[in-house]
Design a protein around this ligand. Structure first.
Ligand code: EPU
Length: 419
């Protein structure tokens, strides 16, 4: 298993290109199954999760060709209504084929996603969406089995106990677009990745209107192929901003869309960083050493994203004073704290709130990545620590960060991979 070796201490400086958003690419790849002719997706990041979704699409009968960051997905032979356990257990987002299967093949058998290291991740809202549209859902022997006797427009809410669900919104939308009549869906997720899916579907011929937390879908008979470019990855951009911040550096982020990052940029400015738009992207720099502690609460978009919680916890651990980080989306998503503590961070956890008592230095230590964003947090801590940190199990990072060590090395980080 590969590990990353990071020698800390160098402030990051220079420019980095932000890739296409993983969490937009995955549902948009699945949505391509809804068309009767090929869909071309540009700006698709080269990641393990994208490879897995390509495999899922092959498994259900579609042809996928990749040329660099472009995918051509031909759904003409999409005719297998089953996503088996061995794929879904590799990646939860495989469940995105559920909506297209129900819509086009009139039935679906998709393995239930299992447990996850970031906490409980139920799928009740995905099933609520299908049932509200008139599908018949049965869960047995570890599989979700859905029968579509003819989906009909309906008015319902997808809001769950922790707010809106990105996955349930995308799946329900993909099922509803080929249904009959008008659906009005309240309590939907407003994440830019969901809006990218709405844009793609509309370009394919769907009739969807998205406004705040309500989506209205007027069913159409068929969808056609189009060319579409995936939005920039706001979580990757936020991670590089946090990397600039924790090393007290100065980084230009090319292909970064600041309007998707207001909560994150607001926090960085409040802490004392300068973040400003530049042509084609943004610049994040630390102009003075006096950074202020802060309180962060993760929330559905437009709130502060849970997918940047771990990275910001690492950053706050090097700011003098007490900060708090409250996780409302995945209350157990704190696996990185024990590893950060091995590097000298002082963080205590009570319920879903971490209290971070800033320290002057972090020191290198062997640490273990437990999930994608926790891995990113450890890399950030290592970039600022004194000495050489070895981060084990970095396959997690390859799921969601394109060429991370190359991009960081381009900014002056001393980082390499060992096999
Ligand atoms: N939820 C339910 N019932 C459901 C679905 C979700 O109660 O049926 C709850 C979840 O337990 C959670 C909240 O709703 O508390 C939000 O979960 P959501 O469904 O929005 O998450 P997801 O669609 O499974 C996507 C991202 C995650 C990201 C979350 C939240 C993808 C492939 N994954 O997951 O990304 O954390 O939205 O923004 O888009 C990551 O990239 O590291 C990652 C975990």
């Amino acid at each position: 298993m590969d590990s990353l070796i990071v020698e800390g201490g160098a402030p990051l400086r220079g420019a980095v290109e932000i890739s296409g958003a993983k969490n937009a690419a995955l549902p948009l790849m699945a949505a391509s199954l809804l068309a009767y002719s090929p869909v071309t997706l540009h700006n698709v990041p080269s990641l393990m999760d994208v490879d897995t979704m390509m495999l899922v699409l092959h498994t259900v009968g579609a042809d996928v060709i990749r040329k660099g960051n472009t995918l051509v997905i031909d759904p003409s032979n999409f005719n297998i209504p089953e996503a088996p356990y061995n794929l879904v257990r590799k990646m939860r987002a495989s469940i995105y084929v559920l909506g297209p299967m129900v819509a086009r093949l009139k039935k679906a058998k998709v393995s239930m996603p299992g447990g996850c290291v970031i906490g409980r991740r139920p799928i009740d809202l995905h099933l609520r969406g299908m049932e509200s549209l008139g599908a018949v859902v049965d869960v047995s022997h570890g599989y979700i089995v859905v029968d579509n006797p003819g989906l009909k427009g309906a008015r319902f809410s997808l809001e769950g106990p922790n707010g809106s669900s990105v996955g349930a919104t995308c799946n329900t939308l993909m099922a509803a677009v080929l249904g009959e009549g008008k659906s009005v869906i309240h309590g939907v997720a407003r994440e830019p990745e969901v809006r990218d899916l709405v844009d793609l579907l509309n370009e394919m011929g769907a009739r969807i209107e998205a406004q705040d937390s309500t989506i209205t879908v007027e069913g159409v008979r068929e969808l056609h192929g189009v060319e579409h470019s995936i939005i920039p990855d706001r979580i990757e951009a936020g991670t590089y901003m946090a990397a600039a911040a924790i090393t007290r550096g100065d980084v230009i982020l090319k292909n970064c869309h600041l309007p998707h990052m207001e909560a994150v940029v607001g926090k960085l400015r409040e802490i004392g960083l300068e973040v400003e738009p530049v042509v084609g992207g943004a610049r994040c720099r630390c102009n003075n050493g006096l950074l202020k502690p802060t309180n962060i609460r993760t929330l559905p978009y437009p709130g502060f994203p849970t997918d940047l919680q771990a990275q910001f916890t690492a950053f706050l651990s090097l700011i003098e004073g007490n900060s708090t980080v409250t996780e409302t989306i995945y209350p157990e998503r704190f696996m990185h704290i024990a590893e950060l503590a091995r590097m000298g961070a002082e963080i205590s956890l009570f319920s879903a709130t971490a209290t971070v008592c800033g320290v002057k230095n972090l020191s290198a230590a062997p640490v273990m990545a437990t999930d994608l964003r926790a891995s990113a947090a450890l890399i950030l801590a290592a970039l600022a620590a004194t000495g050489k940190t070895e981060i084990l199990r970095v396959y997690h990072i390859d799921r969601g960060y394109e060429h991370i060590e190359k991009k960081l090395a381009g900014l002056g980080a001393r980082i390499h991979r060992e096999g």
